[in-house]
Design a protein around this ligand. Structure first.
Ligand SMILES: [Zn+2]
Length: 315
């Protein structure tokens, strides 16, 4: 297995997951434009943060470092699940013994490309038709005990977001190294197969538990998958990300079929999960997927099946 791809839709109630630049008393929502129409989105950086925090909440004895005041992490991919899965740009002190430098690092900058790639979450419904400006007051007590309140306007909206991740499985637990003799690139592993598998599993597992979004004190939001496709691939690719598109309020079945048929050529296993009542043509989507040989389950069953399948694979 070279890669695992996941693409999903998540429907939200009124929320503001990712604020834009805004002004002092106005909290807007990040938006992109398509053909002149605005749609909300959640940045890839915010999505990565949700994953990291969900993994941190669900650690099972693994070590995961906390970034220092400069945002730099430990850089030890052998011991640290966070640095291994999400990469880093960090400064290593001279003499530090870390994977790849058994005699001590010469000191200086060190980077690792993240084996877990995360897409921005793209709102699929126009912003204007699905949003409202809410007033909230920031109340604070003055010296003599009187209450004052500043009015703050917050944009909040409902939407259906498309999100995705791709895991470069071959690079989890390892780093590319040039073999000087053959002048070719090889991956040197610092973590054993079981550890690597457990780390990859963690990314899939926490899809069900993502919850560390901003502004949750007032806007409790579930942003976990409602319609999900998971592919275990013999080739590392990002193709599955295009499988879910809207067409007249429902999922585009032609698009779904074309992308699944494409990805199926190099994916021994594709799993689907659907939460009832999220897409309008749900029954047609179920039938189409079954017709394409993809079993449709509930979202939680789909994720559990993916974990089971992963557990039985050789990495
Ligand atoms: Zn670390």
């Amino acid at each position: 297995m070279r890669g695992i791809e996941v693409v999903w839709l998540s429907q939200t109630d009124l929320t503001n997951l990712n604020a834009g630049e805004g002004e002092a008393n106005f909290i807007d929502i990040k938006k992109y434009k398509k053909n002149g129409v605005e749609y909300p989105y959640v940045s890839g950086q915010a999505m990565r943060y949700y994953f990291k925090e969900a993994i941190r909440r669900n650690l099972d004895g693994e070590y995961m470092c906390v970034p220092n005041d400069k945002g730099e992490t430990c850089g030890n991919i052998k011991d640290c699940i966070g640095c291994d899965l999400f990469g880093f740009m960090t400064t290593i002190k001279k003499g530090t013994v870390i994977p790849g430098y058994p005699q001590g690092h010469p000191g200086g900058a060190m980077t690792r490309v993240s084996p877990v790639k995360v897409s921005p979450a793209m709102g699929l419904l126009p912003f204007e038709e699905n949003a409202v400006v809410d007033f909230l007051t920031r109340r604070h007590r003055m010296e003599k005990g009187e209450m004052r309140g500043d009015i703050v306007n917050v944009e909040i909206g409902v939407n259906l977001y498309k999100c995705g991740i791709a895991i470069d499985v071959a690079r989890v637990g390892g780093e590319e190294k040039v073999n000087e003799k053959t002048r070719s690139v090889e991956i040197e592993y610092y973590a054993d197969t079981d550890t690597r598998k457990k780390r990859v599993s963690k990314v899939i597992e926490v899809l069900r538990y993502l919850s560390d979004y901003s502004k949750q004190a007032r806007l409790l939001t579930d942003f976990t998958p409602d319609v999900i496709l998971i592919a275990f691939q013999d080739v590392y690719s990002h193709r599955l990300q295009k499988a879910l598109a809207l067409n007249n309020g429902g999922l585009d079945l032609e698009r779904l079929e074309a992308v699944i048929n494409d990805v199926k050529e190099y994916s021994p296993k594709i799993i689907a999960g659907i939460l009832p009542g999220v897409v309008e043509n749900e029954n047609k989507v179920r039938n189409k997927l079954e017709e394409l040989g993809v079993k449709v389950k509930s979202t939680n069953e789909a994720i559990k099946e993916a974990l089971n399948y992963l557990n039985k694979q050789e990495l």
